[in-house]
Every structure is written in C-alpha cells, then in structure tokens.
Design a protein around this ligand. Structure first.
Ligand SMILES: *[C@@H]1O[C@H](CO)[C@@H](O)[C@H](O)[C@H]1NC(C)=O
Ligand SMILES: *[C@@H]1O[C@H](CO)[C@@H](O)[C@H](O)[C@H]1NC(C)=O
Ligand SMILES: *[C@@H]1O[C@H](CO)[C@@H](O)[C@H](O)[C@H]1NC(C)=O
Length: 460
C-alpha cells in the first residue's frame, strides 16, 4: 500500500517535472557540493536543478503564481526564482524593426559587431549572441516571457556610427514599432547598457524605458547627473567583460603568482582621470613605493598598457584596489578574481552582480573611499596570509559567474543572468494603454483587440 502510494507520488512528480537532463543533475550535485564547502557563500537555492522526486507539492501553476488553497493557506513561488529555469525570451531581429540595424551597426551599417566585442563594453554583443543561441529563445512573441532589444550603441557611438541625438531618435522610432512594448509599457523588455553611463546613452530613457529591465554593470552616474538610471527593483547588475584570454579555463594568458612571490602589498593600475580616490592612491604610492604600486598612467586597461603587461603587473600584489572612476563601477574588480588578488573596493556606491546569492564579504573587501591613506595600507598589511588565501580560494570558486560562456557551461554569467531574469518575469502585463475585458481580452483605449494593434504607434 505504502509503496504504491510512493510510486504514484513519484510518477506525478515526474509528470510535472522540469526537464532535468543528466548534465543538470551532475551540475546540481556539483553545486550542492560547492554549497556544502562554501558555507553560505552561495545561497542554497542557487542554480540547483532540484531532482523532481524531492518535490511533491509543485504543480505547474504554483511554480509561477501565488497559490491559495481552499483552506486559505498561501503557497509562494520559491523566492520568485522557481526550481528550474523555464524562460522564454524573444529576440528582436535586425531587419524586423526599422532602425534596429542602425542601433547595431551605425548610420551606414558599417560598424562591425566583431569590433564591438572586445573591451569593457563587449557585453552588449556577447549577451545578444548568447541569447540568440540560448535554449530559452522563442521565435513566437505570443509565448514570450521577456523581449530582448539588441543594440550596440555604446560601441557604435564611440566609433562615430551614431551621435547622441541620432541614438535617441532611433530608439524612439524602434520602440514605437513594437506592440508588445506598448502592451506592457516596456516592463517585459530587456536592454543592455554596458558602460558606467548606463541607460543615459539613450537621452530620453527616463520617458521611454524607465519601466524596462536594464542590464548594466552599474548605472550610477550621480556624480554627473542628479538621476541614476539604475533602479534596484527592476534592473540587473551584470559582471564586467574580462579579457577572454584571462577567463579561459586551464591556460589563461597570465597565470596567478604564489602569494610569497608577489612584490607588492597592493596595487592600482589605471588612469587617475582627475578622480579624488585615484589621485590619493598615486600620492600614497609615492610615499610607500615598496608597498603600493600605483604608477601615473596615461592610459589604462589591457589594450593600452599591453594586455600581458597589464595582467602581469596586476598579479604582483596581494590586494588589487578598485577605486571609483567615472562611475562607481570598475572592471578591475572582476579582473582581480582571475589574477587571484583580493579586490578592495574603494567605491562607496558600487552595486555588485547576483547579490541575492553571493555574499561578497567572503571574497572581497570594501573600504570607505574617504579613508584612503596610510591607514588602509596598515590595515591590509595586518591581514594574515591565510585569510588572504582563504578569500582567494573562495573567489576562485565563484569567478565562473563573471565569464560570458555558452549555456553549456554549468556556471557562467549567463546562467546567473537567466536566473535573475526569471525572477523578473511578470505574469501580468499592463501599461497605461492596456485595458482588459470580462473574457480576458486585452484591448487598447479604442477597444481594439491586442492582436490588431497597428504599429507604428505613439509612445507613453
Ligand atoms: C528624443 O527623441 C524624441 C523623439 O524624436 C524627442 O521627442 C525627444 O525630445 C528627444 N530627447 C532628447 C533629449 O533630445
Ligand atoms: C517614467 O516616466 C514617466 C514619463 O516620463 C513618468 O511619468 C514616471 O513617473 C516615470 N516612472 C518612474 C518609475 O520613474
Ligand atoms: C470578449 O468580449 C468582447 C466584448 O464583448 C468581444 O468583442 C470579444 O470577441 C470577446 N472575446 C473572446 C475571445 O471571446
């Protein structure tokens, strides 16, 4: 009797089960092991694809919607993430929407996406390409949970392909042709803005896409403008784009050095750009040249200093200082994990990726930027090497989350991003222009059914 019952349960569970492939199960086991060793570095609910037989209560409906039983008890979806990934993302096609080509390749269509792949801003191309190949891609708009609007505007602008005015006008033209954007007021549309300027690259962003999901390494520009485009409720912080040669598994371009072989206590290799914190570090390095390496560089980053040279210098300290630049975001934070120095964040407003599941106190230090001085060096010097080693070892385990690798990798920036996106999916769509009738028909102000909404149309 008992066994029959069990079997029935397992059968039902299987019936409703997520598509748990062998790879996922191995992944789940690896992750469970990692979780075990890392004690709370990851939250327990992170990417595990829970074997179906562990879960008897989940019905497809309660996986995504709040559920109230006849008895009145409430079942809440698992912290909004669900137990497995089941997203459907529609990717707008270059030729489907008039203007999208310009946002991807510039006015005359001459800017090569490959030229936009490298460097700090490469994420706008990488994320688009990975979405195109994703198993979560759908070609049917009517079944999509989310819509991705590809654009390489950061790169296109830098290469003279479009100016600010053209970027703004082209975005507005593009959005006006999207009925689904209108249906939700943009709430289910996803954009990437890969630089510190965030969505400000699109001048009228606040009017048109202030409800949309923005993927950005950090949108804080409170130093330049009063408003930050980054919104902690709807936007997602993505990792910076670390040089591919460094994120390669097995044989990175530059290997980390043993702690005992490192010449400096700390370093900062970058331009001062007239920023207070950075200037203080350069001064400090003149006072303590044997502890802190911080030369006055005219240029910065892997391309300018010589890629190899830059990382060879970076690996030569126990602590890599990451002071604020134009914005609070800094690529150095992510690079530190690959040369295996402990990142020291000197940027008070910073927002870090995947904060729902990573406890950054295990892998980094954040020091008040107002206290940059000899005190900081004394503090870092007093940290025992075994503590440094421990932080580095933990960092080594999570750094896969900074790598824009294909979906076949069990741990990558894309895996993290997909979970974050899944959490943002709204079951219900509405905008000021959306109305609905007793029979669930969605209409506009003129009572025209959604399927007949005709683009182009005016926006907000
Ligand atoms: C952006 O473009 C729209 C549509 O052409 C226009 O109404 C708006 O004023 C522009 N914004 C800025 C800041 O130029
Ligand atoms: C978004 O923009 C609209 C139009 O400018 C404005 O009325 C609204 O308050 C903004 N919403 C948010 C959340 O900023
Ligand atoms: C829903 O109701 C509206 C108004 O009565 C009607 O025009 C429409 O055809 C109905 N839709 C469906 C799918 O039944």
């Amino acid at each position: 009797m008992g066994s029959l019952n069990n079997r029935a349960k397992i059968f039902t569970a299987h019936h409703q089960a997520p598509p748990c492939t062998r790879t996922h199960q191995i992944g789940a086991i690896l992750l469970v092991a990692a979780t075990f060793f890392l004690t709370r570095l990851f939250d327990e609910s992170f990417p595990a694809c829970i074997p179906s037989s562990f879960d008897h209560h989940i019905t497809p409906q309660s996986q995504s919607l709040v559920h109230v039983t006849d008895g009145g008890s409430l079942s809440w979806p698992q912290r909004g993430y669900g137990t497995y990934l089941s997203l459907k993302i529609y990717i707008y096609e270059e030729y489907e929407i008039d203007g999208l080509k310009e946002l991807l390749r510039g006015r005359e269509g001459k800017i090569s996406p490959d030229a936009c792949l490298k460097g700090q801003w490469g994420t706008q191309v990488k994320i688009h390409r990975l979405f195109l190949k994703s198993r979560f891609r759908t070609r049917k708009k009517e079944e999509a949970d989310l819509f991705f609007v590809p654009a390489y505007v950061k790169c296109v602008r830098m290469m003279g392909g479009l100016n600010d005015k053209e970027i703004n006008q082209t975005y507005v033209k593009v959005l006006s042709q999207m009925p689904y954007f209108r249906r939700s007021g943009g709430r289910d549309h996803v954009f990437v803005f890969p630089s510190g300027a965030g969505a400000h690259l699109f001048r009228s962003w606040a009017t048109y896409i202030n409800r949309s999901i923005i993927l950005t390494p950090e949108g804080d520009r409170t130093d330049k403008k009063d408003t930050s485009a980054f919104n902690t409720w709807k936007d997602i912080i993505i990792p910076g784009n670390v040089d591919d040669g460094m994120t390669r598994r097995g044989t990175p371009t530059v290997q980390p050095l043993p702690l005992s072989k490192r010449k400096y206590l700390a370093n900062y290799l970058g331009r001062a750009q007239g920023k207070v914190g950075r200037l203080k570090l350069i001064e400090l390095a003149k006072q303590y040249p044997d502890k802190l390496e911080s030369p006055e560089l005219k240029f910065s980053g892997p391309d300018k200093l010589g890629r190899m040279e830059y990382f060879q210098n970076l690996r030569n300290a126990k602590f890599c200082l990451a002071p604020r630049g134009e914005s609070s975001w800094t690529l150095r934070f992510y690079e530190s994990f690959f040369v295996e120095c402990v990142p020291v964040i000197l940027s008070d407003q910073v927002e870090l990726p995947f904060q729902n599941v990573i406890d950054y106190t295990h892998v980094s230090i954040k020091w008040p930027s107002t206290r940059i001085g000899p005190e900081l060096l004394d503090y870092l010097e007093a940290i025992p090497d075994e503590d440094v080693e421990r932080m580095i070892a933990r960092g080594r385990l999570i750094r896969c989350l900074w790598v824009y690798a294909p979906e076949s990798e069990l741990c990558s920036a894309m895996q993290g991003l997909m979970w974050e996106l899944q959490r943002k999916v709204r079951q219900f769509h509405q905008s000021a222009e959306t109305f609905w009738l007793h029979n669930r028909t969605i209409v506009n102000r003129n009572l025209v059914e959604f399927s007949s909404w005709k683009p182009p149309m005016p926006l907000p």
